[in-house]
Design a protein around this ligand. Structure first.
Ligand code: GLN
Length: 541
């Protein structure tokens, strides 16, 4: 029997609802339950794939090729459970589905309304595609009071009734702000937020209260009294130093036991040793390395969420702290790379789109290649490294990507046909921007004696993709002669998946996004080895 925990947020956004949900998932899992997490996003976009990373942060890609909210990345990193396309939905998707059904005449002439048609479609999504989970955690995006969120709140209110208390629970994340003039944590915003929820018919069962200092018992009791919950169900969520402490601190504050009490389940034993070990390593590293991330959205770190986490995981594996130096690639178009990159032990050029900043990324790749600094190019970062090698190693001056317009030497070009799971996929220059990339897990074969083969310890891998352009296989021989080899390809040998420079301490470019599969308790081998190489580099400089 699957139980549903609905998680809403109030007072302000950015309280870490995704992390809180992921941490609760991790705790229930640590008690031996099978868990899964879902995100219901009230915005009208069909998916976050076409949203600006500056507004929405990273686009997380699932194994089955859905472009989703970055919270799914937290879910995967905290539980190790791969998310699916059916774990993220938006208002845009719900409406598209309902309208398509109406056009097909499937509502038999009924007047289509938010209640019941939109709410039914939301409920159907929540209840769909279950696989014997003990707990399904459903996070509602946004903040209570948002107009867009109302149909979602109505849908979960109805579900609460239909499932009954023994199968459903409402958890609300709020903030108790500290007001210096009063010298107190304030409960009023939380009271208002709960009133807002109650006005749409939802009585929260548990309040998770963020605060920057311990919440006095008197305030806990006050929140309980005014918000109509038990005092034990007002759970403090205090600020921590590393996000991987969150499951441990929530447990100490009684979150998981309170949830189990609600469902009337005798608490099974809890195994938290893997979290304790991760926190121990993060808090007491034996050294540190500096890694430059040369990107286009470095002003908003959420745009590179999984990447930053994967670097941390690589640090955990090597017992070092990874200090990230965020660099906007455009600066290298006017300033010397040397001034900014001389003090780092590794350079990472992440995924990206569009021409702006691309020359700066090419310059960063050149610096890494010529100065023997470990270089990790991911997706766009691989493509730029290939262009750099073509221009400066092979001497093809016009080398570029057709992503930036027509060029004499398309080292990177648009793929118009490829195969996925035996089905031919076709696209052209003017295909819709949304959902039209090579997305999700694809296998690759690694060549014998390559660096990547020894790093993975295997000749065949599967990694997640999100790109429209491919490195042009026609230049393979010329590049190989100059020292950059294609060491990973699609199993049919057609698409270049990985490039490396054998005669360099660590120069690897991958067409896929390994950061999406890294976990704190299972760091991705490429990140582990990149950080290992950076540690070696730090001993040289
Ligand atoms: N813009 C490039 C492409 O579409 C790279 C995409 C990426 O880095 N995710 O192929």
């Amino acid at each position: 029997m699957t139980r549903f925990i609905f998680i809403t947020g109030g007072v302000v956004s950015s309280l870490g609802k995704g992390l809180a949900s992921a941490a609760l998932g991790a705790l229930l899992q640590a008690r031996g339950f099978k868990v899964r997490l879902r995100k219901l996003d009230p915005y009208i976009n069909v998916d976050p794939g076409t949203m600006s990373p500056y507004q929405h942060g990273e686009v997380f890609v699932t194994e089955d090729g859905a472009e989703t909210d970055l919270d799914l990345g937290h879910y995967e990193r905290f539980t190790g459970v791969n998310a699916l396309r059916t774990d993220n939905v938006t208002t845009g998707q719900i409406y598209s589905k309902v309208i398509a059904k109406e056009r097909r005449g499937e509502y038999l002439g009924a007047t289509i309304q938010v209640i019941p048609h939109i709410t039914d479609a939301i409920k159907e999504f929540v209840m769909s595609d279950l696989d014997g989970e003990d707990f399904m955690l459903c996070e509602i995006g946004g903040t209570v009071g948002d107009i867009e969120g109302l149909p979602f709140l109505e849908a979960i209110r109805q579900l609460g009734n239909e499932l009954g208390r023994e199968r459903s629970m409402f958890m609300h994340l709020t903030l108790l702000p500290y007001v210096a003039a009063a010298g107190e944590l304030k409960t009023k915003p939380t009271q208002h937020s709960v009133k807002e929820l109650q006005s749409v018919g939802i009585q929260p069962d548990l309040l998770l209260c963020r605060a920057d200092r311990p919440i006095p018992d008197s305030e806990r009791r006050k929140v309980a009294l005014f918000c109509n919950v038990r005092t034990e169900a007002v759970v403090p969520a205090l600020d921590v130093e590393t996000i991987y402490q969150v499951p441990l601190t929530y447990h100490e504050q009684g979150l998981d036991s309170e949830v189990l009490r609600h469902f009337n389940i005798a608490a099974p034993p809890l195994k938290l040793d893997r979290w304790q070990e991760i926190v121990r390593r993060v808090m007491a590293p034996e050294g540190e390395v500096a890694i430059a991330i040369v990107g286009k959205y470095t002003g908003l770190h959420d745009a590179y969420k999984s990447l930053a986490e994967a670097l941390t995981h690589g640090g955990i594996a090597n017992n070092v702290r990874v200090n990230v130096k965020w660099l906007e690639s455009e600066i290298f178009e006017n300033e010397n790379t040397v001034t900014h990159l001389e003090d780092v032990h590794g350079i990472l050029v992440p995924g990206g789109f569009g021409e702006r900043g691309s020359e700066g990324k090419i310059n960063a790749a050149r610096f890494a290649r010529e100065r023997h600094v470990p270089y990790f190019g991911i997706c766009f970062g691989m493509q730029m490294a290939v262009i750099e090698a073509a221009r400066n190693l092979v001497g093809i001056k016009g080398a570029s990507s057709t992503e930036f317009g027509a060029c004499s030497d398309p080292l990177v070009g648009l793929m118009t046909e490829w195969e996925q799971g035996g089905v031919k996929q076709v696209r052209s220059e003017d295909t819709d921007k949304g959902g039209s990339m090579r997305l999700g897990a694809y296998p690759a074969a690694l060549s014998a004696n390559s660096k990547v083969r020894s790093i993975y310890g295997s000749g065949s891998i599967s990694e997640r993709h999100r790109h429209r352009y491919e490195v042009n296989p026609a230049y393979e021989a010329q590049l190989a002669k100059a020292g950059l080899v294609f060491s990973g390809k699609s199993p049919d040998g057609v698409l270049p998946e990985i490039v490396e420079i054998p005669d360099h301490p660590w120069f690897i470019g991958v067409q896929f996004h390994p950061e999406l599969k890294s976990r704190p308790f299972d760091p991705h081998p490429l990140f582990t080895d990149f950080i290992r190489a950076a540690v070696e580099q730090s001993r040289l400089v």
